[in-house]
Write a protein that binds this ligand. Structure first.
Ligand SMILES: NC(=O)c1ccc[n+]([C@@H]2O[C@H](COP(=O)([O-])OP(=O)(O)OC[C@H]3O[C@@H](n4cnc5c(N)ncnc54)[C@H](OP(=O)(O)O)[C@@H]3O)[C@@H](O)[C@H]2O)c1
Length: 334
């Protein structure tokens, strides 16, 4: 088959090699132009339809996991500003109460708090189910996540088996169980938003953050399958895949990769507030998104690179981060 196609091409172009190169150039340029145009349309669509979802109409309550800091706290505050009551879930009761007070004062909505440590596994979900019973939940933000403190080889992670089980519980079990608990009532009411905060690190294998990257890939496939299964039943399951956002979680990785003491928010590394606002505005516009226009540009650029180059780039960045971190640790010891 391949041979006969090749023969046909040879018959059309004869033996003039410049014609082959011209054709390859034309096909490559058309492919790149098509990809760029497709993504520009996606970004323009975002600017035209951004913020068109009325979250209040989906249900009077939203549940946000991992909501006392970073992206989760920003999502909770932004949803409250849009008039939705908020259930906050994290580990620290004091921090939960503080954020709940802030939200009630700023946005005049109701809040509830649930203390839960998602690293613990299945035993915590009966209590969460009981505490959520009876609330009209229109929006679920599966945000809670756990990453490595720094890039490291799989076998070099301290207490790795226990550590990786916790990581899988926080990143994989939580999104699966929370969706299982909250979505049935949404399906009954034929409307609801399930927003899963995965990561751009789930789109490509990220070495030296192996278990995190694998968990985030799970979240991507989970979201896409739920969207396919339940979109006809009124549910929108959006998968959000940020690149770097400046938070407690990303700071050690950012500091190590950039070799600077502190990293401030910038265009490509926004604050959680900038990020959550943009990502919430993209709800209903795109169900598979990097969530923020500068991250969508990064995603488009990365998507056009050959796999081999992405693999080398990722390994290079990871090794650089690990080396910087080892240097920092030995300086601290001195
Ligand atoms: N920041 C980034 O650059 C970035 C990039 C891509 C994807 N993401 C994803 O975005 C999500 C949020 O990350 P973030 O950077 O905003 O993190 P963060 O700033 O570290 O905040 C994490 C939040 O989750 C809570 N939390 C942590 N472990 C928990 C546990 N075991 N049980 C219950 N709550 C827990 C924390 O509160 P307590 O400590 O009070 O429990 C906190 O409210 C994660 O899924 C992450 O993978 C982040």
């Amino acid at each position: 088959m391949a041979c006969s196609v090749l023969n046909n091409v040879i018959n059309v172009f004869g033996k003039d090699s410049s014609a082959y190169f011209a054709m390859i150039g034309f096909v490559t340029a058309s492919y790149i132009a098509f990809k760029v145009a497709f993504n520009v349309i996606k970004i323009l669509k975002y600017f035209v339809f951004a913020g068109s979802t009325n979250f209040k109409k989906l249900g009077s309550w939203a549940v946000v996991t991992g909501s006392t800091d970073g992206i989760g706290k920003a999502y909770a505050k932004e949803l409250a500003e849009r008039g939705v009551n908020i259930v906050l879930i994290s580990r620290s009761e004091a921090k939960l109460q503080e954020v709940a007070n802030e939200i009630e004062k700023e946005s005049k909505v109701q809040t509830r708090i649930i203390v839960a440590d998602f690293s613990k596994g299945l035993e915590l979900y009966d209590s969460i189910r009981e505490q959520l019973a009876g609330l009209e939940i229109g929006t679920l933000v599966n945000n809670v996540g756990m990453n490595y403190p720094f890039h490291n080889y799989f076998l070099d992670v301290a207490d790795r088996e226990e550590y990786f089980m916790k990581m899988i519980n926080v990143n994989v079990t939580a999104v699966t169980m929370m969706t299982s608990i909250v979505m049935p009532a949404m399906v009954e009411r034929k409307k609801g938003a399930v927003i899963n905060i995965s990561s751009a690190g789930g789109l490509y294998p990220v070495p030296l953050l192996t278990v995190y990257s694998a968990c985030k890939a799970y979240e991507i496939f989970f979201s896409r399958c739920i969207q396919s299964e339940y979109e006809s039943k009124g549910i929108i399951c959006q998968c959000v895949m940020p690149y770097f956002v400046v938070t407690n979680m990303s700071m050690p990785l950012l500091v190590a990769t950039k070799k600077s003491k502190i990293v401030k928010p910038s265009l490509f590394e926004p604050s959680p507030t900038t990020y959550a606002k943009a990502a919430l505005d993209s709800f209903g516009v795109s169900d598979f998104t990097n969530g923020y226009w500068a991250h969508n540009v990064q995603g488009t650029a990365m998507g056009m690179l050959p796999e081999g180059i992405v693999k080398k780039m990722m390994m290079g960045m990871a090794e650089k981060g690990r080396k910087a971190n080892l240097e920092n640790m030995s300086k601290k010891k001195e």
